[in-house]
Design a binder for this molecule. Structure first.
Ligand SMILES: Nc1ncnc2c1ncn2[C@@H]1O[C@H](COP(=O)(O)OP(=O)(O)OP(=O)(O)O)[C@@H](O)[C@H]1O
Ligand SMILES: [Mg+2]
Length: 422
């Protein structure tokens, strides 16, 4: 089977490694790829928002399946264009991707079908006054979210009236362009967060190991939010009972009602939940795999990921393609550039990846570049280092052992990934 993978991050590197394990894979292309992915897939430079050119590539190369990693091409309708051209795609339609691309859409949808989530109201630009009154009426802290995609920066937890006023005015004033012209203001939920991935053909689904990521830059969950500084799976907070509730009160109704509204969701539904006293409530949906959770979830999958994705894409989910029970534990630590998520220096040579890999770790590339055979740091999040073991404690120590084998100037990482669960 010939696969085209879309994306360039650690998430796509983890997906690529899992796909290469399938005996059915004959060839993998990746666009735009990265130096890590390019070792196992052929890099192609496609203009992703020119859907016709992507279709032509797929036809020329007889691509059997397109796996779409990031949210932007999904929100732009790449899956729809591919399907219309008769090409199988793993990833939701533009309409189904609204579960992520419009927070207002997701919240109204949950309200319609009684799916547990924080109380909320939506407001559009021009209605700043009522938005602020609503925030005041909820009490503080209150959560203010830009409706559209804002690269993980569109959520403010306002601690008081002034912070709410600033957030509302700046978002509605165009801080995130049109993404913030409409806002969701919602109740602040206490509890512990977890991420659950459901692989679905629009009707049936299989959940993967529940994961927990670490969004803040510093140890002890301090400092500004990042794209994610590490993750581990399975997350013990998601007990069997919580997982049953997530399936019955969230995933099943979401898939059923998205289909009933004419927007079946095909691909990976990312369910972000807040769990308090064993009760999960939805924090957010994403329409694709999470990063860095994928870097811990995929290494724990026992089975044929290509078969899983392909069967979902053609609408006949193969429940036997992977084992549903998860054995093993995985931990991922992100090596970032010092200064991230603010300004940082880059283009420092990276050493030690091979040694870490010989130690048994998976080293996923997220922000690297290669010039004249020298691998350098090129982004805020540079590498994701994952190790798997029989228990979480060993996975964590093997991960940190491997992290310490890698060196580049100004490397920074959190020292407490997964400690909450130990
Ligand atoms: N109602 C809430 N109560 C408490 N915390 C919340 C709430 N909504 C969001 N958060 C916090 O803010 C973070 C970001 O919110 P959300 O996941 O909706 O934004 P996002 O930008 O779509 O995130 P991602 O980049 O992971 O897709 C959450 O992970 C959670 O920690
Ligand atoms: Mg999101």
């Amino acid at each position: 089977m010939i696969v085209l993978l879309i994306g360039s991050g650690g998430r796509e590197h983890a997906l690529a490694l899992s796909l290469t394990k399938s005996p059915d894979l004959t060839k993998m292309y990746c666009s735009p790829g990265n130096p890590g992915i390019n070792k196992i897939a052929e890099k192609v430079s496609l203009t992703l928002n020119d859907h016709q050119s992507v279709i032509e590539f797929c036809k020329n190369k007889a691509v059997d399946l397109v796996v779409i990693g990031p949210e932007q091409p999904l929100a732009d309708g790449l899956s729809d264009s591919l399907r219309l051209a008769g090409i199988h795609a793993f990833g939701p339609s533009k309409a189904a991707a609204q579960l992520e691309s419009s927070k207002g859409f997701a919240k109204e949808f949950m309200l319609r079908y009684n799916i547990p989530t924080a109380a909320f109201h939506t407001f559009i630009s021009g209605d700043e006054h009522n938005a602020l009154n609503y925030a005041d009426s909820m009490g503080y802290p209150v959560v203010i979210k830009a409706d559209g995609l804002a690269a993980g920066k569109g959520v403010v937890i306002a601690l008081n009236h002034e912070e709410a006023e600033n957030a509302i005015n700046s978002m509605m004033g165009g801080l995130y362009d049109s993404a913030g012209k409409s806002l969701v203001i919602e109740e602040f939920m206490q509890g512990e967060e977890a991420s659950i991935f459901a692989i679905t053909d629009g009707t049936d689904f299989i959940t993967l190991a529940p994961a927990q990521d670490h969004k803040r830059i510093y140890d002890g969950d301090k400092g500004p939010n990042t794209g994610g500084m590490g993750a581990y799976a399975p997350a013990p907070i998601v007990t069997e009972d919580v997982m049953t509730k997530v399936k019955e009160s969230i995933i099943i109704p979401v898939l059923r009602e998205m289909a009933s509204e004419g927007n079946p969701f095909i691909g990976c539904l990312y369910v972000g939940v807040m769990i308090k006293d064993g009760e999960p409530k939805v924090v957010e949906f994403n329409c694709r795999f999470g990063d860095p959770e994928t870097q811990v979830v995929m290494p724990l999958v026992d089975g044929d990921v290509l078969k899983l994705f392909y069967s979902a894409a053609i609408g006949k989910l193969d429940q036997s393609s992977i084992k549903t029970s998860v054995s093993g534990h995985a931990c991922c630590v992100v090596l970032a550039s010092k200064g991230y998520p603010g300004d940082y220096e880059k283009n420092f040579p990276i050493n030690g990846i091979e040694i870490a890999e010989e130690n048994g770790a998976f080293v996923y590339h997220a922000g690297t570049s290669e010039t004249d055979g020298v691998l350098c740091s090129s982004g805020g999040r540079v590498l994701g280092v994952t190790a798997v073991a029989d228990n979480l404690k060993d996975a964590v120590s093997k991960t940190y052992e491997s992290v310490n084998m890698i060196y580049f100037n100004n490397a920074f990482f959190r020292k407490d990934i997964a400690y909450k669960a130990l």
